[in-house]
Design a protein around this ligand. Structure first.
Ligand SMILES: C[S@@+](CC[C@H](N)C(=O)[O-])C[C@H]1O[C@@H](n2cnc3c(N)ncnc32)[C@H](O)[C@@H]1O
Length: 252
């Protein structure tokens, strides 16, 4: 199954369709960076990329390194692993174009991390657990390589969310719905998965923002009606329905 997952991601760089800049150029990385933090505007508010200066940080499933570059730019000592060689090749270019030097960027399986116990202060995995073959194994590995007292930050998709419901009602597939594995979690299931950690705080996030991905009448209805209406509802009512479940965990 891991080979199938690896093959899928080697051929589908996340968000690649959101830029027409030549792959691997500065323009390519800048446009994907703009797109990411516009769509995920909650992310830099919730994760302080500048907080980990001097700390050893591992990103599992780092993709093209968009978040990892941010951690590194603020002085974290970063390592990135991903199953896909194409992602790692692009992450290396991304770092080089920013004159940044990771400790290591390499192809590796998050379910069998090539690092000794207690190697890192922080392990970060955004949008990865839901695509792997054995999520519990990946979490055990992340926990193992963390130092005691270290921080785990993870994001999975919320099954009980506005986007999952909308995608079913409107019959619009989710991004990467064709991936070999795509698991959506309830908050309770995500907490169970994170059981190895001494402390876990889950924050539902990712509410509707105008879509650049979807056109036609469905895209128009979403952008002109749904986004404004949903966001007019008090956030405290709709908070549990956020599409992304962000987990902030501490190893005991
Ligand atoms: C949706 S992309 C997210 C990439 C990046 N974290 C981001 O947010 O842009 C999922 C990534 O997880 C990687 N991945 C999936 N399973 C993995 C595993 N077991 N070990 C390492 N990487 C994995 C894929 O290769 C892919 O690059």
């Amino acid at each position: 199954m891991i080979t199938e997952i690896q093959d899928y991601w080697n051929h589908r760089i996340h968000d690649l369709e959101m830029t027409d800049q030549p792959v691997g150029t500065r323009g390519f990385f800048d446009e994907l960076d703009d797109y990411r933090y516009d769509k995920l505007r909650y992310l830099p508010q919730l994760v302080d990329f500048s907080f980990y200066k001097g700390q050893r940080l591992l990103e599992v499933g780092c993709g093209i390194g968009t978040d990892l570059v941010r951690f590194a730019a603020s002085g974290a000592r970063v390592t990135g692993v991903d199953l896909a060689q194409t992602a790692i090749d692009l992450a290396q270019k991304n770092f080089a174009l920013h004159d940044l030097f990771p400790d290591e960027l390499r192809v590796a399986n998050g379910e069998a991390l090539p690092y000794p116990d207690a190697s890192f202060d922080v392990v970060y995995g955004h949008g990865v657990i839901q695509y792997t073959a054995d999520a519990a194994k990946l979490i055990r590995e992340c926990h193992r390589v963390l130092k005691p007292g270290g921080t785990g930050i993870f994001m999975v998709y919320n099954r009980v969310s506005w986007l999952n419901a909308l995608s079913k009602v409107m019959k619009v597939p989710l991004e990467h719905e064709d991936a070999p594995v795509l698991v959506k979690y309830s908050i309770a299931e995500f907490k169970t998965l994170l059981a190895p950690f001494a402390e876990v705080r889950i924050v539902p996030e990712r509410f509707p923002v105008k879509s650049r991905l979807h056109g036609g009448w469905k895209g128009l209805a979403f952008n002109t009606f749904f986004v404004g209406t949903f966001n007019a509802l008090p956030r405290s009512w709709v908070r549990p329905l956020g599409w992304h479940l962000m987990a902030f965990c501490r190893k005991g």
